[in-house]
Design a protein around this ligand. Structure first.
Ligand SMILES: [Zn+2]
Length: 206
């Protein structure tokens, strides 16, 4: 919505929150009622624009600082977050995330697709990079015939089993992997349903 629009969120018990969009962006059509925690529904901006807002939807300055992946993705997709009017941007006081060491590697399609599907969560690699838990693998799907595809995965290394034991070649290691919170999940998400007015439906907020 264009900024400056007034909206309401009303819960089944009749509690109403009046909001204003401080920035242009996307707001959810449902949020939790601050009084009774039931789900409160948006008035879809078809409300009296003279109402006095108590809360505002804004674009935080440092969305990458949110711990919750959902919030980071929400902001990346143009989503706004809510604050009581007069409160500061909550991301200002959050610490800057410490950048992780990221290893960019080719990955053959058969393994890449199993990683992407989520049922393969390890890699066996030549350990020429001194892989450590806490670092990231940035895998790019690649084949000798076709080269790189557009497909990539960002994975956290959660455990490294060095070679030279358990029958593993001393030059190799086995890594346990988990999906990184910093991955761009937009390729994975289907287009969500939209309200008739075209407001994307999101439940990340509130
Ligand atoms: Zn309520």
């Amino acid at each position: 919505m264009p900024k400056g629009q007034i909206n309401t969120y009303a819960c089944p018990s009749g509690h109403v929150m009046v909001t204003i969009d401080l920035d242009e962006g996307v707001t959810p059509f449902m949020k939790r009622c601050e009084t009774c925690a039931q789900m409160a529904q948006s008035g879809f901006y078809r409300v009296d624009q003279r109402l006095t807002p108590t809360h505002e939807w804004y674009k935080p300055a440092h969305p990458e600082r949110y711990q919750q992946m959902g919030l980071r993705q929400h902001c990346k997709a143009g989503g706004l977050v809510l604050r009581e009017i007069g409160q500061p941007d909550e991301t200002e006081a959050m610490p800057e995330p410490i950048p992780k060491i990221r290893h960019e590697l080719k990955c053959l399609p058969e393994f890449f697709q199993d990683l992407k599907a989520g049922h393969k969560c390890f890699e066996v690699r030549r350990n020429d990079r001194n892989f450590q838990a806490g670092e990231e693998l940035y895998l790019r799907e690649w084949s000798p015939e076709g080269g790189y595809t557009e497909d990539t995965l960002l994975l956290d290394i959660t455990y490294v089993l060095p070679g030279g034991q358990n029958g593993i070649d001393p030059e190799y290691c086995v890594m346990s992997l988990a999906w990184s919170m910093d991955m761009d999940f937009s390729d994975f998400l289907e287009e969500g349903p939209e309200h008739e007015d075209g407001f994307p439906i999101t439940t990340f907020c509130g």
